[in-house]
Design a binder for this molecule. Structure first.
Ligand code: ACO
Length: 403
């Protein structure tokens, strides 16, 4: 254990034995019972259930329950859970005014970071992180309000009035209504798109200790309220290396332009001119199981919305890359981002909304990890050490005496 290693000292004034592991490539920061990944075999399970079964048979709210509570609910528990989350879909009128204050061209993800953080000022009871009842309440509030904030951030950018939640609709259906409803008449989401979005939320719901989850855990370790911690998760997700790769895939497919240009593009990737976006993963050295499911959803959605020529480029690009020695040797396969952007685009979401959609799906995972973290007796405030490479001790030189 770390405490023991630190006792290994050569002299009284050294720090003991410390590990140096930038980006935690070889360091586990916690013990967890939430999500299991075997990157070599392409396995992803939430609480032991294979992602394929959840995507096929569960719903996003049920999966959220599973992640947070650790077991699948019976009918009655699921009904109460769903009711409780719907009860919290509205936002305070002053939060709407706060939203109004953002510039017209503010990035929706920046708005989300700000407004999720601002929730902590509306719910000061959330600081009681040690109390189970308080934690349960904040979980319902955050899952309930996330789609509302996300849709508001989109409508703000268009200058359109906000749409109130419609709790007669499903979780995904209500989100689509708050995004795209344009008239007073009630909105009926397309069932194929509504189902596809629900499955996409399931696929994004958790992925163990990724960058944003690590941010949530690290910030939570100070025992701050969950809104501040989840805002940190959103901030991490805002970065192009995390939540922005599916947008980069769309740009890449547009840049390729047509199927006949693919071999030339692959050649440029192999010569180091760029990367094949949506390919490769730090953990998966096999087909990302989420990508397989997403590819199927892409066909269902395009059947409904009409085929986008970029899909044909993506399919051919994948086929060529999977037969190419460069990608085979490096174990580079499509990841979750390869097809998800195409689906979001077909559904009518602008590219800036892609990371926001990711955030809605990831909230139950962040919350499950937050609860596990604050309840874990092994955890303390996150406080890594460093290897100091700066100056030795030196005397301050007054301004007038400096050369
Ligand atoms: N296209 C071409 N070559 C690649 C790609 C790619 N997408 N990914 C890795 N490689 C090559 C590297 O150039 C390197 O080759 P080399 O050994 O000849 O130098 C080798 O494969 C290993 O690459 P690393 O960068 O060491 O792999 P790492 O595990 O650090 O990177 C990452 C993983 C960042 C996802 C990388 O594969 C990548 O940049 N992919 C494209 C961006 C992307 O799709 N990101 C989304 C990830 S999923 C998510 O965040 C939800």
């Amino acid at each position: 254990r770390t405490m023991d290693l630190r006792k290994i000292k050569e002299s009284e004034d050294d720090f003991g034995l410390l590990g140096y592991d930038p980006a935690f490539l070889n360091t586990c920061s916690c013990k967890s019972t939430i999500t299991y990944i075997d990157g070599d075999k392409g396995i992803l399970r939430y609480r032991g259930y294979p992602i394929e079964q959840l995507a096929e048979q569960s719903s996003f709210l049920e999966t959220a329950y599973l992640l947070i509570k650790g077991y699948l609910p019976d009918k009655e528990r699921l009904a109460v859970w769903t009711y409780n989350i719907r009860h919290h879909t509205m936002t305070h009128a002053n939060l709407n005014k706060f939203m109004d204050g953002f510039r017209y061209d503010a990035h929706p993800m920046g708005i989300l970071v700000g407004t999720v953080g601002a929730l902590s000022t509306f719910y000061p009871d959330a600081k009681n992180v040690g109390e189970e009842e308080s934690r349960k309440l904040q979980v319902r509030r955050l899952i309930g309000k996330m789609p509302t904030l996300a849709a508001m951030s989109f409508r703000h950018s268009l200058g359109f009035p906000y749409v109130l939640p419609d709790n007669d609709l499903s979780y995904a259906g209500n989100f689509l209504s708050m995004m795209f409803r344009m008239t007073e008449r009630s909105y009926k989401p397309n069932p194929v798109l509504e189902h596809a979005l629900d499955v996409l939320f399931i696929l994004h719901a958790d992925h163990e200790q990724n960058c944003s989850t690590n941010a949530v855990r690290s910030v939570s370790s100070s025992m701050v309220d969950p809104y501040s911690a989840i805002a940190a998760g959103c901030a991490a997700l805002y970065g192009p290396l995390h939540g922005g790769a599916n947008e980069a895939v769309i740009h890449m497919l547009r840049q390729i332009g047509s199927v006949d240009k693919i071999p030339e593009f692959i050649k440029s990737v192999k010569s180091g001119e760029g990367r094949l976006m949506g390919f490769g993963h730090r953990v998966y050295k096999n087909y990302d199981p989420r990508a397989r499911i997403i590819k199927k959803i892409a066909f269902d959605v395009f059947e409904e919305t009409g085929r986008n020529p970029l899909l044909d480029i993506a399919i051919e690009l994948e086929r060529i890359a999977l037969e190419d020695d460069y990608f085979i040797q490096r174990k580079l396969y499509p990841n979750v981002d390869f097809y998800s952007g195409l689906i979001y685009q077909a559904m009518g979401f602008p590219t800036e909304m892609f990371p926001v959609l990711f955030a809605i799906g990831r909230v139950p995972g962040w919350l499950a990890q937050w609860i596990e973290h604050v309840k874990d007796p092994d955890q303390k405030i996150a406080r890594p050490r460093q290897i100091y490479l700066g100056e030795e001790c030196r005397d301050y030189v007054p301004l007038d005496s400096r050369p």
